[in-house]
Write a new protein. Structure first.
Length: 252
């Protein structure tokens, strides 16, 4: 293999204005190095979107309730980028945000690697407080396998606490995404490094109000919730990527 080094300033390429292009499409590509075998090809599922240039809010917070009070009323395509301390409990922020803004979630979907009891209790408070009626939760099959043993772990706690108000799925995921569609018309997407549990690490996440991004994540999350529910026999996501990238079933 030969390394090629070129000075881009010497290339005679025409100038063009990126703002003249409205990039708005879903892209599924197959990238490969010609020297690699077919098994090494990397398939991607990506959403590309040129958002309008809106103000970006950047904050650092230690306490979830303080952050909820200071969270702006995000307009479409606005985003808030947050850096939080290790004592920050992500579930507390979800609860505090819904209460502070008086949001009612017509749909609440969460994907997390793992979760702790404090976060589960915060989510249940949203139901008992009338801020949502039902929650859909995706956890990693690693967490599920460890918490389902003996019928006394986190899985049993979720089933006892939520009853039929929770739809639980387990799959080979490392994603951390929360979707909240509010009655007042917001499509909130939270994504970042933070799991639905406290940690002793600095974490970051982004809160966006974007209907397009919401729908992008909702599509794959819904497939997992339908195909990998913990009430089904199959727990391990051996076909997960194929299930997420195959064309959606035609319901017509």
């Amino acid at each position: 293999m030969t390394d090629i080094i070129a000075d881009l300033d010497d290339l005679d390429a025409p100038e063009f204005d990126l703002d003249a292009f409205d990039i708005d499409f879903e892209f599924e590509g197959l990238f490969q190095d010609s020297d690699l075998p077919p098994s090494s090809r990397i398939k991607t599922k990506t959403l590309l979107r040129r958002y309008p240039r809106t103000p970006m809010h950047q904050v650092r917070y230690r306490n979830a309730s303080d952050l909820a009070r200071q969270t702006p009323d995000l307009q479409p395509n606005e985003a808030m980028h947050v850096l939080v301390a290790g004592a920050f409990i992500f579930g507390d922020y979800l609860e505090a945000l819904m209460v502070e803004k008086n949001y009612y979630a017509e749909e609440l979907l969460i994907a997390t690697l793992s979760l702790g009891q404090e976060n589960a209790d915060s989510l249940h408070n949203l139901i008992t407080g009338g801020y949502c009626d039902h929650i859909s939760l995706i956890v990693s099959d690693y967490w599920y396998a460890h918490e389902v043993r003996g019928g006394k772990g986190g899985v049993a706690y979720l089933e006892k606490t939520f009853g039929d108000r929770l739809k639980l799925a387990a799959a080979g995921c490392h994603t951390k995404v929360t979707l909240i569609r509010t009655r007042c018309g917001k499509h909130l997407v939270m994504h970042g490094s933070a799991n639905l549990r406290s940690s002793q690490n600095i974490e970051q996440f982004v809160l966006e109000n974007s209907q397009e991004l919401y729908q992008f994540h909702r599509e794959w999350m819904s497939r997992i919730l339908d195909g990998y529910s913990t009430h089904r026999d199959r727990k391990r996501a051996d076909r997960l990527w194929q299930d997420l990238t195959e064309p959606a079933p035609n319901n017509a």
